[in-house]
Design a protein around this ligand. Sequence first.
Ligand code: GLN
Length: 202
Amino acid sequence: SPLVGVLALQGDVREHLAVLRSLGADAQPVRRPEELAAVEGLVLPGGESSVIDKLARAFGLFDPIRAAIAAGMPMYGTCAGLILLADRIDGAIADQQTFGGIDARVARNVFGSQTASFETDLDVPALGAPPVHAVFIRAPAVVEWGPDAEPLASLPDGRVVAIEQGVLMGTAFHPESTGETRFHERFLQHVRNRRGISAPAS
Ligand code: GLN
């Protein structure tokens, strides 16, 4: 079974570990560069992207995660995790940085206050039927993207809330908290597809 990690600095780590394990993956929390080096794919949880960024730098994980992305490691980010995978962000706090990898600009907190958080059923053609029940909590949205990034889902007003570029995928919502497993399944498929391609030494 694929050995995958969930970045475990802050955020809803346990929910992601539970979904991945329910799908048969060997899923482990990642807090140290050694733990990152051992996994074949990484999930970036929801939480607070500026805090995760700060902690990643403090734990010596920022550059290793960027290197893993450059080396082609599959990653899946939800909400704050989507922000962390975007090359550009609107509404960054102070010196907030992202790992990047998806050629997109993501606006933070577009769904505003906690009370503006909402749920909706989203059509996601890449996943087929039924629609995805999506929960948005102080969620970001993708406001601009390049030719290599492919939107996977949009709201009726056209804002993109799920996007993929190669083996990198991000959703503005939280499948891990609603029993939706198809995004995690797709992430694990990216991991399996990549097997057999020899990993570059790092
Ligand atoms: N607002 C958070 C951020 O900017 C994301 C919210 C979430 O992950 N639920 O990081």
